[in-house]
Design a binder for this molecule. Structure first.
Ligand SMILES: CC(=O)SCCNC(=O)CCNC(=O)[C@H](O)C(C)(C)COP(=O)(O)OP(=O)(O)OC[C@H]1O[C@@H](n2cnc3c(N)ncnc32)[C@H](O)[C@@H]1OP(=O)(O)O
Length: 419
């Protein structure tokens, strides 16, 4: 029997969430092996869910759900524009209730509501790589760590430009939010940050930390010569200087709207006194940082790791929302067992500012499953590689190459915020 999924609307009064939302949050925390919190802390942590959709499966006579899912409407940058996405997180099933179809129940229910609401794409970042393809999600962005030995780093541009100022809890949200909004438009896959996340970014007071403040966080804003803010970095001291004489700093977020702001933020991080290493675990796979340095050897680059998974729910709306660098008409046969994206679709980019995607009876140029379409969508993977892996079938010769030229992105897709 399919478990019955119920929906909860969080109510937040004076920064504190209602009792049902708190119970839901406690169950979710437990599923992720999060820290136990007292009722007050939990109520404050749950307040971050204001305006979001909470789902759960409840057993009779137990106020706590045995399965949880949280989703909200987010904006995601796509090549040439942006798109509404159903952002999904906090999928947790009580440890005593696993492998009975509860994840499936809450996720299928959420995707069905997104379809009804006309949201063309769903997005998530995953704790476990193999879980979500069965629900139609395809891996669309990657991330990698970078680690700079700051004392050996020499910048090619010798002199700092612009102006830096430190931010605190009172100034970070208003100063950084407009910068993040501009910066995210440079990277397909980047998403907006909800209002509540700004203070938490600097204080570290989140459900995952048990609302324990992290007093080692700092933030800095860079502005150009005209005073226009161009970028910010939030970082924490991961290991203090007292132990080794050279502290380790971890970047938590770095957003830059111009090459100059990017360079000056890194110059600032590399110039921090008492620091030996600055690392960022969720940088883009194509960080320009090595090219800013005379000698890239002080910079260690980690292997690329999976980040954002996309689930195309409405093929015409998703395809029409992005722009394409060449004019072509390609027919895609998409297989989707859940039905949302199933069909044969013609993508026609004859009008570069209004590409059209519509159902067609024409013979397909390529055939692919819906996860592969999610992977292609932002331009993060070459369709010819998918063809070589047997994930995309060329029905007309050279079609994968045509698709590669069509879907090529203006910059490497990246989403630096795990959610
Ligand atoms: C977007 C996010 O929130 S990512 C976070 C995911 N949550 C966590 O990691 C928290 C800890 N883990 C859990 O709470 C649970 O184990 C979950 C949510 C991962 C799985 O919940 P379950 O209710 O056990 O999953 P469910 O029974 O619905 O299984 C659905 C399918 O996924 C498969 N599956 C479930 N867990 C896993 C896993 N860890 N690895 C691989 N496959 C899995 C099942 O076999 C099933 O496959 P099928 O449809 O082919 O038969």
């Amino acid at each position: 029997m399919t478990p019955e999924v119920h929906r909860l609307v969080p109510h937040v009064t004076d920064g504190t969430a209602d009792a049902d939302t708190v119970t839901w949050a406690r169950a979710m925390q437990a599923a992720f092996l999060g820290p136990r919190m007292d009722a007050g802390d939990l109520a404050r942590a749950a307040a971050a869910y204001a305006g979001q959709r909470l789902r759960g499966v409840w057993e009779t006579a137990d106020p706590a759900p045995v399965a949880t899912l949280r989703s909200w409407d987010a904006r995601m940058t796509v090549p040439g524009g942006e798109l509404a996405v159903d952002a999904i997180s906090s999928i947790g099933v009580r440890s005593t209730h696993r492998r009975r179809g509860l994840l499936r129940a809450v996720l299928v229910d959420d995707l069905a509501e997104a379809v009804r609401a006309g949201t063309p794409v769903a997005a998530l970042t995953s704790t476990q790589g193999s879980l979500y393809e069965r629900f139609g999600f395809g891996l669309a962005t990657w991330t990698r760590s970078v680690s700079l030995e700051t004392r050996a780093a020499r910048f090619r541009a010798p002199d700092p430009t612009g102006r830096l100022r430190t931010l605190d809890v009172a100034t970070l949200p208003s100063a950084a939010a407009p910068v993040q909004d501009r910066a995210r438009r440079r990277h397909p896959g980047s998403m907006d940050r909800d209002a509540g996340s700004w203070t938490a970014l600097l204080t570290g007071e989140t459900g995952w930390t048990g609302m324990v403040p992290d007093r080692h966080r700092h933030a800095v804003l860079w502005s150009d010569a005209t005073g226009r803010p161009g970028g910010y970095a939030v970082y924490r001291v991961a290991r203090g200087w007292a132990e080794t004489g050279a502290a380790e700093v971890a970047v938590l977020d770095l957003q830059a709207t111009t090459p100059e702001s990017y360079r000056e933020l890194w110059r600032h991080l590399a110039s921090l006194d008492l620091v030996g290493t600055v690392s960022w675990s969720e940088a883009s796979v194509d960080e320009p940082l090595p090219w800013l340095l005379h000698d890239p050897r002080p910079l260690a680059l980690g292997a690329s790791r999976a980040m954002l998974w996309l689930r195309i729910l409405d093929v015409p709306a998703a395809l029409a929302a992005r722009r394409y660098p060449v004019i072509d008409r390609v027919v895609l046969r998409v297989h989707d067992p859940a039905g949302h994206a199933e069909g044969t679709w013609a993508l026609d980019t004859a009008d570069p500012v209004a590409p059209a995607a519509s159902p067609t009876r024409d013979e397909p140029d390529v055939a692919l499953d819906v996860p592969a379409l999610g992977s292609l969508y932002l331009g993060g993977v070459d369709p010819r590689v998918l063809a070589r892996a047997g994930r995309l079938e060329e029905r007309t010769p050279g079609a994968a190459g045509r698709l590669a030229r069509l879907f090529a992105a203006p910059s490497v897709p990246w989403n630096g915020i795990r959610f």
